[in-house]
Write a protein that binds this ligand. Structure first.
Ligand SMILES: Cc1ncc(CN)c(N)n1
Length: 220
Protein backbone atom coordinates (compact mmCIF):
# COMPACT_ATOMS: atom_id res chain seq x y z
CA UNK A 1 0.00 0.00 0.00
CA UNK A 2 1.25 3.51 -0.78
CA UNK A 3 1.13 6.20 1.89
CA UNK A 4 -1.87 7.80 0.15
CA UNK A 5 -3.70 4.46 0.02
CA UNK A 6 -3.16 4.04 3.77
CA UNK A 7 -4.53 7.52 4.40
CA UNK A 8 -7.59 6.91 2.22
CA UNK A 9 -8.18 3.55 3.85
CA UNK A 10 -8.47 5.22 7.26
CA UNK A 11 -11.25 7.63 6.26
CA UNK A 12 -13.54 5.43 4.15
CA UNK A 13 -16.49 5.86 6.47
CA UNK A 14 -16.20 9.66 6.66
CA UNK A 15 -15.81 10.00 2.89
CA UNK A 16 -18.82 7.76 2.21
CA UNK A 17 -20.90 10.40 3.99
CA UNK A 18 -19.89 13.12 1.50
CA UNK A 19 -21.72 11.38 -1.33
CA UNK A 20 -25.05 11.33 0.49
CA UNK A 21 -24.76 14.82 1.92
CA UNK A 22 -27.80 16.92 0.87
CA UNK A 23 -25.62 19.78 -0.38
CA UNK A 24 -23.55 17.45 -2.58
CA UNK A 25 -26.63 15.56 -3.81
CA UNK A 26 -28.25 18.90 -4.61
CA UNK A 27 -25.31 19.88 -6.81
CA UNK A 28 -25.52 16.45 -8.43
CA UNK A 29 -29.18 16.56 -9.39
CA UNK A 30 -29.33 20.33 -9.80
CA UNK A 31 -31.89 20.82 -7.02
CA UNK A 32 -29.66 22.80 -4.64
CA UNK A 33 -31.04 26.19 -3.61
CA UNK A 34 -28.80 28.79 -5.30
CA UNK A 35 -28.82 30.91 -2.13
CA UNK A 36 -27.02 28.09 -0.33
CA UNK A 37 -24.55 27.79 -3.20
CA UNK A 38 -23.98 31.56 -3.13
CA UNK A 39 -23.15 31.38 0.57
CA UNK A 40 -20.85 28.39 -0.05
CA UNK A 41 -19.05 30.10 -2.96
CA UNK A 42 -18.07 33.08 -0.85
CA UNK A 43 -16.91 30.93 2.07
CA UNK A 44 -15.01 28.63 -0.26
CA UNK A 45 -13.34 31.58 -1.99
CA UNK A 46 -12.14 32.74 1.43
CA UNK A 47 -11.17 29.17 2.35
CA UNK A 48 -8.96 28.83 -0.74
CA UNK A 49 -6.98 31.92 0.20
CA UNK A 50 -5.92 30.34 3.51
CA UNK A 51 -5.58 26.91 1.92
CA UNK A 52 -3.00 28.46 -0.42
CA UNK A 53 -1.08 29.64 2.64
CA UNK A 54 -0.70 25.97 3.69
CA UNK A 55 1.17 25.31 0.42
CA UNK A 56 3.26 28.38 1.15
CA UNK A 57 4.27 26.79 4.47
CA UNK A 58 5.28 23.76 2.36
CA UNK A 59 7.49 26.06 0.29
CA UNK A 60 9.14 27.32 3.47
CA UNK A 61 9.60 23.80 4.90
CA UNK A 62 10.86 22.19 1.68
CA UNK A 63 14.26 20.56 2.05
CA UNK A 64 15.06 20.50 -1.65
CA UNK A 65 14.22 22.51 -4.72
CA UNK A 66 12.07 19.86 -6.41
CA UNK A 67 9.71 19.78 -3.41
CA UNK A 68 9.76 23.57 -3.14
CA UNK A 69 8.80 23.87 -6.82
CA UNK A 70 5.86 21.48 -6.42
CA UNK A 71 4.42 23.39 -3.47
CA UNK A 72 5.05 26.72 -5.21
CA UNK A 73 3.40 25.56 -8.46
CA UNK A 74 0.30 24.52 -6.51
CA UNK A 75 -0.12 28.01 -5.04
CA UNK A 76 -0.41 29.26 -8.63
CA UNK A 77 -2.77 26.41 -9.60
CA UNK A 78 -5.18 27.40 -6.84
CA UNK A 79 -4.99 31.18 -7.15
CA UNK A 80 -5.17 31.26 -10.96
CA UNK A 81 -6.84 27.92 -11.74
CA UNK A 82 -9.29 26.60 -9.15
CA UNK A 83 -10.31 30.12 -8.09
CA UNK A 84 -11.33 30.84 -11.70
CA UNK A 85 -14.31 28.53 -11.07
CA UNK A 86 -15.20 30.73 -8.11
CA UNK A 87 -14.70 33.98 -10.01
CA UNK A 88 -16.96 32.73 -12.82
CA UNK A 89 -19.71 31.78 -10.34
CA UNK A 90 -19.27 35.04 -8.46
CA UNK A 91 -19.84 36.93 -11.70
CA UNK A 92 -22.99 34.93 -12.44
CA UNK A 93 -24.26 35.45 -8.91
CA UNK A 94 -23.45 39.15 -8.79
CA UNK A 95 -20.84 38.80 -6.05
CA UNK A 96 -18.08 41.39 -6.27
CA UNK A 97 -14.54 40.71 -5.05
CA UNK A 98 -15.12 43.34 -2.37
CA UNK A 99 -18.28 41.64 -1.14
CA UNK A 100 -16.53 38.25 -0.96
CA UNK A 101 -13.42 39.57 0.72
CA UNK A 102 -15.41 41.62 3.24
CA UNK A 103 -17.64 38.69 4.23
CA UNK A 104 -16.81 37.37 7.71
CA UNK A 105 -15.18 33.96 7.59
CA UNK A 106 -17.52 31.48 9.28
CA UNK A 107 -16.35 29.69 12.40
CA UNK A 108 -16.27 26.25 10.72
CA UNK A 109 -14.21 27.68 7.89
CA UNK A 110 -11.80 29.45 10.22
CA UNK A 111 -11.44 26.34 12.39
CA UNK A 112 -10.59 24.17 9.41
CA UNK A 113 -7.92 26.45 7.93
CA UNK A 114 -6.50 27.26 11.37
CA UNK A 115 -6.12 23.53 12.02
CA UNK A 116 -4.42 22.94 8.65
CA UNK A 117 -2.03 25.82 9.18
CA UNK A 118 -1.16 24.66 12.68
CA UNK A 119 -0.51 21.06 11.54
CA UNK A 120 1.65 22.45 8.71
CA UNK A 121 3.66 24.82 10.93
CA UNK A 122 4.21 22.12 13.56
CA UNK A 123 5.23 19.41 11.09
CA UNK A 124 7.57 18.88 8.17
CA UNK A 125 6.93 18.55 4.45
CA UNK A 126 4.91 15.31 4.77
CA UNK A 127 2.65 16.71 7.50
CA UNK A 128 1.98 19.76 5.32
CA UNK A 129 0.97 17.42 2.50
CA UNK A 130 -1.26 15.34 4.82
CA UNK A 131 -3.11 18.54 5.76
CA UNK A 132 -3.61 19.42 2.09
CA UNK A 133 -4.59 16.07 0.65
CA UNK A 134 -8.08 15.55 2.03
CA UNK A 135 -9.20 18.83 0.49
CA UNK A 136 -7.58 18.11 -2.85
CA UNK A 137 -8.68 14.49 -3.25
CA UNK A 138 -12.16 14.55 -1.75
CA UNK A 139 -13.51 17.02 -4.32
CA UNK A 140 -12.33 14.85 -7.20
CA UNK A 141 -13.97 11.81 -5.57
CA UNK A 142 -17.20 13.76 -5.00
CA UNK A 143 -17.41 15.16 -8.55
CA UNK A 144 -16.71 11.75 -10.08
CA UNK A 145 -19.31 10.04 -7.90
CA UNK A 146 -21.84 12.74 -8.87
CA UNK A 147 -21.15 11.95 -12.53
CA UNK A 148 -21.59 8.25 -11.91
CA UNK A 149 -25.03 8.84 -10.41
CA UNK A 150 -26.02 11.70 -12.75
CA UNK A 151 -24.11 11.33 -16.04
CA UNK A 152 -25.49 14.66 -17.29
CA UNK A 153 -24.48 16.61 -14.17
CA UNK A 154 -21.57 18.32 -15.91
CA UNK A 155 -24.02 19.70 -18.49
CA UNK A 156 -26.29 21.32 -15.92
CA UNK A 157 -26.69 25.02 -16.84
CA UNK A 158 -25.71 26.19 -13.37
CA UNK A 159 -23.93 23.46 -11.39
CA UNK A 160 -22.30 21.82 -14.44
CA UNK A 161 -19.22 24.02 -14.26
CA UNK A 162 -18.53 23.01 -10.66
CA UNK A 163 -18.88 19.31 -11.50
CA UNK A 164 -16.80 19.44 -14.68
CA UNK A 165 -14.06 21.49 -12.98
CA UNK A 166 -13.50 19.00 -10.17
CA UNK A 167 -13.99 15.95 -12.41
CA UNK A 168 -11.57 17.32 -15.02
CA UNK A 169 -8.38 15.69 -16.23
CA UNK A 170 -6.52 18.85 -15.24
CA UNK A 171 -7.66 18.59 -11.61
CA UNK A 172 -6.83 14.88 -11.61
CA UNK A 173 -3.31 15.53 -12.94
CA UNK A 174 -2.67 18.06 -10.19
CA UNK A 175 -3.87 15.51 -7.62
CA UNK A 176 -1.52 12.91 -9.10
CA UNK A 177 1.36 15.33 -8.54
CA UNK A 178 0.29 15.82 -4.92
CA UNK A 179 -0.16 12.11 -4.14
CA UNK A 180 3.16 11.32 -5.82
CA UNK A 181 4.83 13.82 -3.53
CA UNK A 182 3.01 12.48 -0.45
CA UNK A 183 4.13 8.93 -1.25
CA UNK A 184 7.71 10.06 -1.74
CA UNK A 185 7.92 12.28 1.35
CA UNK A 186 6.66 9.65 3.80
CA UNK A 187 8.00 6.50 2.12
CA UNK A 188 10.32 5.74 5.05
CA UNK A 189 8.01 6.87 7.82
CA UNK A 190 7.86 4.77 11.02
CA UNK A 191 4.43 3.50 12.21
CA UNK A 192 4.31 6.31 14.79
CA UNK A 193 5.02 8.96 12.15
CA UNK A 194 2.42 7.36 9.88
CA UNK A 195 -0.12 7.53 12.73
CA UNK A 196 0.43 11.28 12.92
CA UNK A 197 -0.23 11.63 9.17
CA UNK A 198 -3.42 9.58 9.55
CA UNK A 199 -4.45 11.78 12.46
CA UNK A 200 -4.04 14.96 10.38
CA UNK A 201 -5.73 13.47 7.32
CA UNK A 202 -8.67 12.20 9.39
CA UNK A 203 -9.17 15.54 11.13
CA UNK A 204 -9.18 17.34 7.77
CA UNK A 205 -11.66 14.82 6.37
CA UNK A 206 -13.95 15.55 9.30
CA UNK A 207 -13.53 19.28 8.71
CA UNK A 208 -14.54 18.70 5.08
CA UNK A 209 -17.80 17.18 6.32
CA UNK A 210 -18.41 20.10 8.66
CA UNK A 211 -17.81 22.48 5.73
CA UNK A 212 -20.65 20.78 3.81
CA UNK A 213 -22.87 20.98 6.92
CA UNK A 214 -21.97 24.65 7.32
CA UNK A 215 -22.88 25.37 3.69
CA UNK A 216 -26.15 23.47 3.92
CA UNK A 217 -27.16 25.35 7.06
CA UNK A 218 -25.62 28.65 5.86
CA UNK A 219 -24.00 29.00 9.27
CA UNK A 220 -22.79 32.43 10.25
C1 LIG B 1 -13.59 23.22 1.67
C2 LIG B 1 -12.98 22.77 0.40
N1 LIG B 1 -12.42 21.55 0.33
C3 LIG B 1 -11.85 21.15 -0.88
C4 LIG B 1 -11.82 21.96 -1.98
C5 LIG B 1 -11.17 21.50 -3.26
N2 LIG B 1 -9.90 22.03 -3.43
C6 LIG B 1 -12.40 23.20 -1.84
N3 LIG B 1 -12.43 24.07 -2.87
N4 LIG B 1 -12.99 23.61 -0.65
Amino acid sequence: MTVTEKLLDSVQEIWAGYHTHPFVMGIGDGSLDQEKFRYYMIQDYLYLIDYTRVFAVGVAKAKDLSVMKLFAASTHTILDGEMDIHRAYMKRLGISREEAENTPVSLDNRSYTSYMLRAAYEGGEAEVMAAILSCALSYEAIAKEILKKNPQADKHPFYGEWVSGYASEEYHKENERLTGLMNRLAADYTPAQMDRLIDIFTACSRYEMSFWDMAWEMRR
